[in-house]
Design a protein around this ligand. Sequence first.
Ligand code: SF4
Ligand code: SF4
Length: 136
Amino acid sequence: MVLKNIKYAIRNITRPPVTRMYPEKQSELSGRFRGLQILDKSKCIGCGICANTCPNAAIKIVKAPIAPGSTKQRWFPQIDIGHCLFCGLCIDQCPKGALSSGKEYAKGLVKWKHKDLLMTPEKLAREVDLEEGDEK
Ligand code: SF4
Ligand code: SF4
């Protein structure tokens, strides 16, 4: 057994490493990868179908400014990403195509507290920095 392991180690000594230095070297994601949802505010009509579809009740429809700095408000989805299972049903059911899958799965989503996982319409629309939470 010991000899087998030594042989295995010698045989692999010249091979390139298979481990990845994350986060310095990001993983390549499939085109079908479902990360944090992206909201297109210009398409959203605030109908709430996404919220009614969500099997985990992770979506709430809330009032938010129609654009950064605007005083006009409309209804948009807000996602508690701590309860989201990334099934994509909200995206499939949106009648306006206002939701899509983003590629973020770590940036801005790794938090210590559940309350910090609340993705406001501003965060879903990427109007704020996901990590900092500041308006762009
Ligand atoms: S994202 Fe789509 S389904 Fe959800 S409220 Fe907006 S238009 Fe309706
Ligand atoms: S991806 Fe699935 S679980 Fe997550 S918010 Fe949409 S419907 Fe709910």
